[in-house]
Ligand binder design. Structure first.
Ligand SMILES: *Cc1c(COP(=O)(O)O)cnc(C)c1O
Length: 391
């Protein structure tokens, strides 16, 4: 398979660095290489770049610059939000209860699990509806006076469903409980104004919106009780020790400002392609369903299940045909278990094991989607035929 005929349809897993982002980062690798904490010229130059980036990101989120904490990835932002708030509020108020949704990314789910196992927190999971959406009424049922923190994702990485975050944030504000949202998948597509959303904590990861891998941010509303989970130097207002990764921070800020400039055009480009996938696949393939919300979903995100198909075999067959897709979450590659997210949405294992996620990007071409749609039906039927052969 020649390199040029390969088609990347896995933008929810990661995106290429935008050329303007690369250009903005380059000087900070080998010219302006100082440590932002140093007193001298090189240090000042690096510090200025970090603070410019912080200011640019704060403008997008509608917050104060000192409410942005730079981290090493979306996962770290989720960890800092959950663990930092849970431990702080237990120390201060004795609160011992956590609420997260059942369809969170592992960065949230496993952190809650770890806080339960190691720190003895009680955890309640909020169940989604059949579209993967979390509702305020379901959240209200598990909130308690001793809830230390609530974490509900903005948009789901596996099925693309977008949640009405502001309703749930308001509910938590009324109850005096800090509200975190994992906006790592949403960051490149949805409004991030933290006042309109009403959130106290919000996680971002640059590589999901054409920024570099290995850098993220956590918005922390002023006065939110939080302890540092990475201790050492006093960087990031004492909330995250470690010398700043200056080039990556510069790249993330540039990538986020490009989302503001190009976001609408990117959505206009991917929406019709997404809708063609969502319409055609259940039409042309028997026992195929769209997963997630049919309309209230990310503009580049299409996801499906095929009954009686091994999702991993389907991915391998697609890869051979030149199409890079995912079964849902990049973090679950090689996992033979059906997705917990799909099971929580009410799908049976026989359906959930045959999951496929197709996520589009700014470079995705219409004729590639035509070609994808022309090869997929036979591929699914071939795998089903193979699955009934017993040796
Ligand atoms: C990708 C992703 C993460 C993890 O972000 P990294 O920067 O890869 O650590 C967390 N949550 C969601 C919803 C994601 O899509």
């Amino acid at each position: 398979m020649a390199e040029t005929t390969r088609v990347y349809l896995d933008h929810a897993a990661s995106t290429p660095v935008h050329p303007d982002v690369l250009e903005a980062m380059l000087p900070y690798f080998s010219e302006a290489y100082g440590n932002p904490s140093s007193v001298h010229y090189w240090g000042q130059q690096a510090e200025a770049a970090v603070e410019r980036s912080r200011g640019a990101m704060a403008d997008v989120l509608g917050c104060a610059p000192q409410e942005i904490i730079f981290t090493a990835c979306g996962s770290e932002s989720d960890n800092l939000a959950l663990r930092g708030a849970a431990l702080a509020r237990r120390m201060k108020h004795g609160h011992n209860h956590l609420v997260v949704s059942a369809v969170e990314h592992h960065a949230v789910l496993k952190t809650a699990e770890s806080l339960a196992q190691i720190e003895g927190f009680k955890v309640d999971l909020v169940e989604p509806d059949n579209f993967g959406e979390i509702h305020a009424e379901a959240l209200a049922r598990v909130l308690r006076p001793d809830t230390a923190v609530v974490s509900i994702m903005y948009a789901n990485n596996e099925v693309g469903t977008v949640n009405q975050i502001s309703d749930m944030a308001q509910l938590c504000r009324d109850a005096g409980v800090p509200f975190h949202t994992d906006a790592v998948q949403a960051g490149g597509h949805l409004p991030l104004d933290v006042e309109a959303l009403g959130v106290d904590l919000l996680s971002l990861g640059a590589h999901k919106f054409y920024g570099p891998k290995g850098v993220g941010a956590l918005y922390v509303r002023a006065d939110t009780e939080l302890v540092s989970t990475l201790t050492g130097g006093s960087q990031e207002f004492g909330l995250r020790a470690g010398t700043h990764n200056v080039p990556l921070i510069v790249g993330m800020a540039k990538a986020l400002s490009l989302v503001q400039e190009e976001g609408q055009a990117r959505a206009n480009h991917t929406l019709p392609l997404r809708d063609r996938l969502i319409r055609d696949i259940p039409d042309t393939i028997p026992q195929a369903r769209v997963t997630g919300h049919p309309t209230n979903r990310l503009p580049n995100h299409a996801s499906f299940v095929f009954e009686g198909v091994d999702g991993n075999q389907l991915l391998a067959a697609l890869d051979l045909a030149g199409f890079a897709c995912s079964s849902g979450s990049a973090c679950k590659t090689g996992d033979p278990e059906p997705s917990q997210v799909l099971l929580a949405m009410g799908l049976t294992a026989d359906w959930a094991l045959g999951s496929l996620r197709v996520t589009l990007g700014r470079d995705t071409e219409s004729h590639s989607i035509d070609r994808f749609l022309s090869v997929l039906p036979d591929m699914v039927q071939r795998l089903r035929a193979q699955a009934v052969v017993h040796w």
